[in-house]
Design a binder for this molecule. Structure first.
Ligand SMILES: [Zn+2]
Length: 227
């Protein structure tokens, strides 16, 4: 069985401001009783991550379809399937500093791309919603835009083959929730939290989004990945 995760991605924040945003997000998650403050390296596939607190149960509501669609309570997990939380910043990674607190250090492994690996992904034109699927005819521009993003995110543009509009790659999101490009992301490992998109006005969705966005109040892109 593969590994699943759910990411919330800020597609608007600048690369320069993302590290500060990540520290703010970390502080909100600790103060909100979501994560333990210490970094751990045994939790996620990507390395350093934070453990979810056992007594934070808001995510339970967001796992799988709504309660009305559940055949019985037996499908509801006894505890959340989320095993780890990762805060990603383009060009940075976390390590434990000399004072025991997590700190961000320059690291090339994070490129700010959140995309489904197993099964591929589509992106949709921000103007006309036309879909482009990676690997199909007409997706060459998408490959080029992904390459350009990895070299210099600010220069990465993708032109729509349908309406001919050109937009930054970060403006192209996925109606199927399979892709986002942004410099600050929160990844929850272990499950697709479908409730975030299926029940956008639910209390748990609002809490998770407000923890992510803080006072900015922006609406993050949501990406579900099979790894
Ligand atoms: Zn278009």
């Amino acid at each position: 069985m593969g590994n699943r995760n759910t990411s919330l991605v800020d597609t608007d924040i600048s690369r320069v401001l993302a590290p500060k945003g990540a520290h703010g997000l970390y502080e909100r998650l600790v103060a909100g009783g979501v994560i333990f403050p210490e970094l751990r390296d045994d939790l996620s596939l990507t390395g350093a991550a934070f453990a979810l607190r056992d007594d934070f149960r808001c995510l339970d509501d967001l796992e799988g379809p709504g309660s009305s669609q559940r055949p019985s309570d037996s499908t509801k997990p006894k505890r959340t399937r989320i095993t780890a939380i990762d805060i990603s910043v383009t060009g940075y990674g976390w390590r434990t500093g000399s004072n025991g607190r997590p700190e961000l250090v320059v690291h090339s492994s994070n490129n700010g791309l959140f995309m489904n690996f197993d099964g591929g992904f589509t992106v949709n034109c921000p103007s006309c919603r036309s879909a482009v699927e990676l690997g199909t005819d007409g997706s060459e521009g998408l490959y080029d835009a992904l390459d350009a993003w990895c070299q210099d995110p600010d220069s990465s543009q993708l032109r729509c083959m349908s309406c001919n509009a050109s937009a930054p790659l970060s403006a192209w999101q996925s109606d199927n929730h399979e892709f986002a490009a942004g410099h600050l992301g929160l990844t929850l490992w272990g499950e697709h939290l479908l409730g975030v998109v299926e029940r956008p006005s639910g209390a748990s969705t609002k809490l998770l989004k407000s923890l992510f966005s803080g006072s900015d109040g922006g609406d993050p892109a949501v990406v579900f990945c099979n790894i």
